[in-house]
Write a protein that binds this ligand. Structure first.
Ligand code: UDP
Length: 328
């Protein structure tokens, strides 16, 4: 069965491709390699280098491969950048997926798993977020993902394209083989920045705000291992094939850790100390995002295997220690 993975050279996409191949799927990857890395693509996947917004490449991919289902990871995902460059995010994240959905409709492909985000919620007034919470993004990144979820809903009712949208909380960690991991340029995510500071690649790191209404004043997030996310995509594929019903699911561990706690855990696991300074808040950051993943556990029969921050940071450290320059 051919699965088309858009954005399969990126951080989460490449981990999903590894899992799909390990479980016997035939995988076609479409990636423009703007953020993704060729070296992250599993050798057994068929790679097309091109942009979702270019109909000639999507036509070619659909004509040359009998695609059963799509998984769409192709997007820009930096909260801070999305605030300063919203049009860049709408252009890539919304228009790119719009072209992909057009191609699906044209070639009669009717199943898609879409990578959405906890940023779709904004800052709900609750400790644990479930899928019924209000969606009111505090940044353009979350807005673009929510816009696609809405587009999917209308494409389901008009064209019968069935979808599963997975709202990830904070993806983290690396494949246990150490062969693939997180490598963004420029890096903006907390765990890789912390580990790069432990490696002395950065002189020091910054905590963006210690005056939030949280126990230690720093932002709280729910970190979820990238291989657990990959597993959820495969479970979502099965659910779509079996039931042909659309749905939206949170994916997280259900436990919140503050920025300070993440840094302390990284210091413990690496056995290294490094300088940390307090900076002002980063635009668009909600104070606390912690998931209830009960719906995914029940309906997708999914549960995270990397269920502690220690386990997550250990795999990330293994990747960074052995690949201090990422894929370079
Ligand atoms: N953060 C930080 N210093 C950094 C990078 C991130 O204090 O160098 C904070 C950021 O403000 C947020 C949390 O760490 O509160 C997680 O940020 P990240 O960019 O990893 O993920 P996001 O929650 O934005 O998806």
């Amino acid at each position: 069965m051919n699965i088309l993975v858009a954005g399969g050279a990126g951080y989460i996409g490449s981990h999903a491709v590894y899992e799909l191949i390990e479980r016997g799927f035939d995988v076609v990857v479409l990636d423009n390699l703007v953020k993704g890395h060729k070296a992250a693509v599993h050798k057994d996947a068929k790679l097309y280098v091109g942009d979702l917004r270019d109909d000639s490449i999507t036509d070619k991919v659909f004509k040359e491969n009998k695609i059963d289902t799509l998984i769409d990871f192709a997007a820009f995902s930096l909260v801070g950048e999305s605030v300063s460059k919203p049009l860049k995010y709408y252009e890539n994240n919304v228009y790119g997926t719009l072209r992909l959905l057009s191609a699906m409709n044209k070639f009669g492909v009717n199943k898609i798993v879409f990578s959405s985000t906890a940023a779709a919620y904004g800052e709900p007034d609750t400790d644990i977020i479930n899928e019924n919470c209000t969606t009111s993004p505090t940044n353009p990144y979350g807005e673009t993902k929510l816009a696609v979820e809405k587009m999917l809903k209308w494409c389901d009712s008009a064209y019968g394209i069935k979808y599963v949208a997975l709202r990830y909380f904070n993806a983290a960690g690396a494949h246990i083989s150490g062969k693939i991991g997180e490598d963004h340029y420029p890096e903006s995510h907390l765990i890789p920045i912390t580990l790069q500071t432990a490696l002395n690649i950065r002189e020091k790191m910054f905590i963006f705000g210690n005056d939030y209404d949280t126990p230690d004043g720093t932002c709280v997030r729910d970190y979820i291992h990238v291989t657990d996310l990959a597993d959820a995509h495969i479970k979502a594929l099965s659910k779509l094939s079996e039931t042909m019903t659309s749905g939206i699911y949170n994916l997280g561990n259900g436990k919140g850790f503050s920025v300070k706690e993440v840094i302390d855990t990284a210091k413990k696991i690496t056995g290294r100390d490094f300088p940390v300074e307090i900076e002002k808040r980063r635009a668009g950051d909600p104070s606390r995002l912690v998931a209830s993943s009960e719906k995914a556990q029940k309906e997708l029969k999914w549960s995270p295997k990397f269920d502690s921050l220690d386990k997550i940071i250990e795999t990330a450290w293994n990747w960074h220690l052995n690949n201090p320059k990422g894929y370079l």
